[in-house]
Design a protein around this ligand. Structure first.
Ligand code: ADP
Length: 263
């Protein structure tokens, strides 16, 4: 039996304490860096549409409104589109801050996921048509499939994913939404045959404000918050979300839901 060594014990305690503090300091540093990036991202995202709107309005005030009513009209439309973008950005920000601070509680109910998918398709069909993209439900079951979750929030998840498939899809393309029964879960997949995402960018697409191809994404428009919101909602359900993609071939986003037992 080895006798206690109070000096060695004390040394170990000090070492552990120092390790613990070092890791706490690291966490604080990371949080500070994160906040800095977050703020700089937000201000950048706001500046672009705001300055654009200001530019259009100033040109109109400088006489364009009388000189060329036709172009003036198109400037007003552009200003209005930029304001729309600002308003979507604010809505998304509001949403994500609520999700991150946990202010939002889920209201879990049993609902039919097939019906919800068909509803979302109907709501987005005309938007898809403007990009010449078709939306199809391709699940095996045409009957009701019951899951447990917050229906409104899952609707938001589906809308964000289908909306992305329209934004980043190719003209004349097809988006399919399928469901697959797992052991006690249902897997929902949204697949497009669009631009795809470079493999090196895949792990980052769920980060807030992350937009894969900057120039391409700027043209397409968006907040870079849609997938961060999706991830939050699915993780709040204690379920999983994932993505696989091949550039030039297409992308599949999948998420699971808890199967509701019994009918
Ligand atoms: P947003 O679409 O507003 O930029 P998201 O968080 O929804 O923000 O998406 C983040 C980025 O992931 C997008 O900017 C885009 O580069 C990429 N992305 C998302 N969905 C798709 C998709 N279906 N096909 C190709 N790229 C996608």
């Amino acid at each position: 039996h080895i006798a206690d060594d109070p000096v060695a014990d004390a040394e170990r305690e000090v070492r552990d304490w120092a390790k613990q503090k070092a890791s706490e300091i690291n966490t604080l540093k990371e949080q500070a860096q994160f906040r800095k990036e977050f703020l700089s991202n937000i201000s950048h995202e706001f500046k672009t549409p705001l300055f654009a709107t200001q530019g259009y309005i100033e040109t109109l005030q400088d006489g364009l409104i009388d000189d060329d009513p036709e172009i003036a009209k198109s400037f007003l439309e552009k200003a209005s589109r930029n304001l729309d973008r600002l308003s979507y950005l604010i809505q998304d920000l509001d949403e994500i801050s609520k999700l991150e601070t946990g202010i939002i509680s889920l209201s879990i109910e049993k609902f039919d996921i097939v019906a919800l998918i068909k509803e979302c398709i109907e709501d987005l069909e005309s938007k898809a048509a403007t990009n010449n993209i078709k939306l199809r439900y391709k699940g095996k079951s045409q009957h009701a499939v019951f899951v447990k979750g917050d229906r409104k929030r899952i609707q938001q998840v589906l809308i964000n994913l289908i909306d992305n498939s329209i934004k980043y899809g190719k003209k004349g393309g097809l988006t399919t939404i399928s469901i697959f029964p797992l052991f006690d879960q249902i897997l929902v997949e949204v697949t497009d045959d669009g631009l795809g995402i470079e493999e090196k960018n895949l792990p980052r697409v769920f980060e807030r404000f992350y937009r894969a191809d900057k120039s391409r994404s700027r043209e397409i428009g968006g907040s870079g918050l849609g997938l961060a919101i999706v991830k939050h909602i699915i993780e709040a359900h204690e379920q999983n979300v994932n993505v696989r993609s091949t550039e030039g071939i297409g992308t599949t986003f999948g998420f699971t839901l808890e199967q509701a037992k019994g009918h």
